[in-house]
Design a protein. Sequence first.
Length: 218
Amino acid sequence: MKTRPSEIERESMAIIDRELAARGITLTEENAAVVRRCIHASADFDYAENLRFSPDAVSRAVGALRAGVQIVTDTNMALAGVSRPGLARLGGSACCFMADGEIARAAKERGTTRAAAAMDHAAKTCPGAILAVGNAPTALLAIAEQIEGGLRPALVVAAPVGFVNVVESKQRVWAVCLAHDVPCIAAMGRKGGSSIAAAILNALIYTAADMLEPEKRG
């Protein structure tokens, strides 16, 4: 029985590859690490088919991470799942504005959600960041509006989960990102969540930091 975390992860990835092959699914080399890690985080093979990548999204995001770009998440849960050792190796950082009192006040004054207000704040304070959404469709809609207004994030991760405005918000931000040449990775449909947003981010961080092999994470 394998007990070391690195052994367990390696065997898990091998199982994922075997099951993908059995389903007749071939992953592209550029996107494979992201798809595998989402399946690893969820045990859900639907991510092999519902993850959508804009042209060169992975390579552009990896380049941004290697340049030390900041990551902004829509939930503290997603933030907690981001690899701190990986970010440290890259000289990057991650944050979430949801718990800030200023964000709560802004949301109340504007009659919007804290998630939307947080992304509006991110657009002003860290305009070239990677923006990762795993919970709030309103955050994605705010990002889409900001992009139409001139914002150019390094990457948009669109992975909220649920039933109300989830599908529509992903479709909108996807279309806006394509129209304005903003890299985007989206979990289309209803599935997603903070754990999936973090899984996408970690796959990119591990790729950028040469940490895809679990033994390299120390």
